[in-house]
Design a protein around this ligand. Structure first.
Ligand code: UDP
Ligand code: MG
Length: 326
């Protein structure tokens, strides 16, 4: 039987981009239906991430235009990762496969054909990997590639140059639903679920309209979140650093005692102050990293909902027939 595909698209303040890209997604779904790879119950699921502009209105009118468009709205802005998660969890019981993709047209939607083929060949997860970043500025490319290297070096295993463009089968999503953590970093968590996976390569294009929501600052936050959510290597590095510094200071003590006996009194006040300041700085840094983990534990123990869906296009008031559709 042909699988049902749900394309999950997070949208935050995308009123400029949505009218341009929505028809691309629809054409792709229709094309995949025509070629017999998926069935006609497939849908394009927009996740409005608490946008402040007309994004939700656009999604609502799209859903009236064509039955393939549906949408859910988060009760407030929770960030890209939570928006994708909300879409995946909403879709997991309604379809056989999901493909998550950004709504700005940067990721080549033609790679979806290969993704679905790979699924039909037995893969449960298919990662979309950027083969080139020629259209990104040098700075964006440099910081983005550094991001993956630092992540891997710090013990958060991610597929190099893969963001959140991927196919996941509902079988994997059912297992993934048991990962209850609230600090989520999808591209590091999905590989942990396992199952047969593969990658397809595509060229990253320029944003069709609007502006990126991932400047350097947000990317650093995402990297730090990714590392501390998936790995305890930074804490181990701190332990290692502590041992090295303790050894060095022990050698220093021996050196000072020998100096005392041989009559060389140390005259440096500045060097002492430097060392105290340096040590103070290292200690604060280490406390900060440990504090970050404690903060994460605090958030996890509260186990707050990871997303709250306030509206669904098929559950509008006075439109009860549609509510039964899913
Ligand atoms: N996005 C979101 N919530 C946010 C920020 C971004 O849902 O708080 C969505 C956004 O609408 C887009 C995707 O995440 O579909 C990727 O964002 P963007 O294109 O700005 O990032 P970049 O591609 O520049 O890294
Ligand atoms: Mg983008």
């Amino acid at each position: 039987m042909k699988p049902t595909l749900f394309i999950i698209i997070p949208c935050y303040n995308e009123e400029q981009v949505l009218p341009v890209t929505s028809s691309m997604f629809l054409n792709k779904v229709k094309y995949l239906c025509e070629t017999g790879k998926i069935n006609n119950n497939s849908r394009i699921l927009f996740v409005n991430d608490g946008s402040r502009d007309k994004t939700w209105n656009i999604i609502e009118s799209l859903s009236e235009e064509d039955e393939h468009y549906i949408g859910i709205s988060q009760s407030r802005n929770r960030g890209h990762q939570n928006a994708v998660l909300a879409g995946l969890m909403e879709a997991k019981d309604k379809c056989d496969i999901t493909i998550s993709i950004d709504c700005d047209g940067q990721d080549d939607i033609d790679a979806m054909d290969q993704m679905v083929d790979a699924y039909l060949d037995g893969c449960e997860v298919v990662y979309g990997v950027r083969s080139r970043r020629d259209t990104d500025t040098f700075f964006k490319r440099f910081t983005a590639e550094g991001f993956y290297k630092v992540l891997n070096w710090m013990g958060a295993e991610v597929v190099y140059n893969h963001a959140d463009y991927r196919l996941i089968s509902s079988k994997v999503l059912q297992e993934f639903a048991n990962f209850k953590e609230v600090n989520i970093f999808l591209r590091g968590m999905i590989p942990l679920v396992g199952f047969k996976s593969t990658s397809v390569f595509y060229e990253r294009k320029e944003r069709m309209a609007g502006e990126s929501h991932y400047p350097l600052k947000k990317m650093l936050v995402l990297a730090f979140d990714g590392i501390t959510s998936l790995s305890v290597k930074p804490i181990r590095m701190i332990t290692g650093l502590g041992i090295v510094i303790a050894l060095l200071s022990f050698l220093g003590v021996i050196w000072a005692v020998i100096g005392q006996f041989t009559g060389h009194t140390v005259s440096g006040w500045a060097s002492t102050v430097c060392i105290i300041c340096f040590m103070g700085g290292i200690q604060l840094l280490c406390l900060g990293v440990i504090g970050e983990y404690i903060g994460k534990i605090y958030l996890e123990t509260k186990a707050r909902p990871r997303y709250i869906i306030s509206e669904r296009t098929w559950e509008k008031q006075g439109d009860k027939d549609n509510a039964d559709e899913f």
